[in-house]
Ligand binder design. Structure first.
Ligand code: IPE
Ligand code: IPE
Ligand code: MG
Length: 246
């Protein structure tokens, strides 16, 4: 039986987030420049977007560029930004054909104008799509997001829009970049690293973590199915006992 047939459609994660890591090492193994790895990483993006939509995942969030990634060599940052523009241009039809809505989280104003413009065009033209929401985390850092949330809420408290006593989890959720997304159920990281790297710290509070040594450009639909099957075998207790669940 194929892996896909083993996925229980009633137990799908509502939100999958992926730390797409290992492009540089993938290229190095082949004796190529890091840029070659990033270029090939876009194929894996297409694989997971298609596979997720096909099996009925409602929310997929991809970590494409972190606030810390600005510290990479200038040339690599430029390559990544160029690749982003060309991928957005190339993929817009696929998004439309598959009824996928594009969204973005992060400190988007820090992106180069060209990237920001292209991103907004695709977001605008796919906003009525409702099969799946694909969110790109760009110039994203979870601490920056939380900091931003604290600032916004503080201003509202100061202006008597929110009372300090009424601040609860839902108010925080409403001020995060991810305001329209449910909590992450499954977090996948490729490349063998087992860390979070400043990604969705608040939103992964109860996510199942899945680490694989597969380098991102090698990640296929089958790898995603494997991760989902593993997720479905886990017992999510949310603090309760196993007996309470059954
Ligand atoms: C992930 O691959 C892509 C980004 C972080 C933009 P890396 O570029 O981090 O690849 P490695 O980790 O150096 O192999
Ligand atoms: C995390 O990968 C960021 C993205 C995948 C966009 P990094 O390669 O930047 O993470 P570290 O530096 O190894 O933690
Ligand atoms: Mg990396």
């Amino acid at each position: 039986m194929s892996l896909k047939a083993n996925i229980l459609t009633k137990m799908l994660p509502k939100h999958i987030a992926i730390i797409m890591d290992g492009n540089g090492r993938w290229a190095k193994q082949k004796g190529m420049l890091r840029a070659f790895g990033h270029e090939n990483g876009t194929k894996a993006v297409r694989e997971v977007v298609e596979a997720s939509a096909e099996i009925g995942i409602k929310n997929l969030t991809l970590y494409a560029f972190s606030t810390e990634n600005w510290n990479r060599p200038k040339l690599e940052v430029q390559t990544l930004m160029k690749l982003l523009v060309s991928s957005l241009k190339k993929e817009i039809n696929t998004l439309q054909d598959n009824n996928i809505k594009l969204s973005a989280i992060g400190n988007l104003k820090t992106l180069p104008k060209k990237v920001y413009k292209e991103l907004h065009e695709v977001i605008e033209s796919t906003k009525a799509n409702n099969r799946m929401t694909l969110t790109l985390a760009l110039s994203y850092g979870s601490r920056e997001e939380i900091l931003n949330t604290v600032k916004e809420i503080s201003i509202k408290v100061k202006n008597n829009i929110i009372s300090a006593k009424k601040i609860d989890e839902s108010i925080i959720n409403e001020h995060l970049y991810t305001q329209n997304l449910p909590d992450v159920d499954l977090l996948i990281r490729t490349s063998g690293e087992q860390r979070i790297s400043n990604f969705l710290l608040w939103q992964i509070a109860y996510a199942e973590l899945y680490f694989t040594s597969t380098l991102w450009p090698d990640f296929t639909k089958q790898h995603l199915y494997e991760a989902i099957i593993e997720y479905q075998k886990r017992e999510r207790r949310f603090g309760k006992t196993s007996e309470q669940l059954s």
